[in-house]
Design a protein around this ligand. Sequence first.
Ligand code: CMP
Length: 137
Amino acid sequence: MEKTLSIIKPDAVAKGVIGKIIDRFESNGLRIAGMKKLQLSTQQAEEFYAIHKERPFYADLVKFMTSGPVVVMVLEGENAVKKNRELMGATNPKEADKGTIRADFAESIEANAVHGSDSLENAKNEVAFFFDGREIL
Ligand code: CMP
């Protein structure tokens, strides 16, 4: 069993598709082990995406991720990291396979509906960024 972090981004929260996205996870063997809705501060978004600090899109990404509330979740299941990424589809929704979350709900490479950890190691760090042990059930 693996755990991974999922974020429903401000565009998808504003569109009112939180439930539809969660259904994709639950219908495909990923259990919601932890969940909260929150407003990221600029400092939190900068820290969370620090790995992209040198990328040209970093400032816009931080601005977008703080533009409205997000939903953060711990997803648990067999091969959860890979499964979540398959369900999300490619980062750019124009390149995402039909039936994936980003193909169905995302607007652009920036407003791309969801984030998911890209490795087990990052998943551990990203889960710990948002959740303490008592919040994972
Ligand atoms: P995410 O999976 O949250 O990880 C980093 C985010 O940066 C990515 O999704 C995109 O939303 C965002 N981003 C914005 N522009 C780009 C770009 N040109 N290439 C990759 N990611 C980008």
